[in-house]
Design a protein around this ligand. Structure first.
Ligand code: PNS
Length: 164
């Protein structure tokens, strides 16, 4: 049996931003449960390790029964199969996201024809926000407190203090 009202929101979450939270909140209006699936890709270097990325998510969503934080490695479609979920959620911030998101959605469906992708558009105030820019701004001495949860702001401070 597939979990029809459960969706997977995959990502790197390096780190979680308010833009991700906005997408998760929108998703919860429509779906019963969201599995936030954090990618572990050994070929990629992250600012935060897998455990840290998951811990930040758990610290923000710990009390919310309808959100599960999990992690995966390898193909997303294989993870979906293992979780018996057919639907992927992704955010579309701007036209620039469209090309890669369209490609990923079609590729996932090509590998597994049962898989569908649903896109949510975040608040326009987050349309410019990305984990990559948050890290860059922080590293260059800018403030990101309005762009990330408090715990992430704190963890960024710790990461750059230890010389990331
Ligand atoms: O937060 P990100 O980095 O934009 O998330 C990208 C993610 C994790 C959704 C994507 O890289 C992914 O699904 N990776 C798993 C590997 C995979 O299945 N690749 C083929 C999909 S086209």
């Amino acid at each position: 049996m597939t979990e029809k009202n459960t969706v997977v929101y995959p990502g790197s979450y390096d780190p979680l931003t308010n833009g991700h939270i906005d997408i998760i909140e929108r998703g919860l209006k429509i779906f019963d449960k969201i599995i936030v699936a954090v990618l572990r890709n050994p070929a990629k270097s992250y600012l935060f390790g897998l455990e840290e990325r998951c811990a930040m998510l758990r610290s923000v969503f710990g009390d919310e029964e309808r959100i599960e934080v999990d992690h995966f490695q390898g193909l997303l479609v294989d993870y979906l199969k293992g979780r018996k979920v057919l639907t992927v959620v992704r955010g579309l911030r701007a036209i620039s996201d469209f090309e890669i998101e369209f490609q990923m959605a079609l590729m996932n469906r090509k590998i597994d024809s049962a898989v569908e992708t649903v896109f949510f558009v975040p608040s326009e105030s987050y349309s410019f926000l990305s984990s990559k820019l948050v890290k860059e701004i922080y590293q260059l001495g800018g403030h990101v407190a309005s762009m990330v949860p408090e715990i992430v702001d704190l963890k960024l401070k710790e990461a750059f203090a230890r010389g990331a």
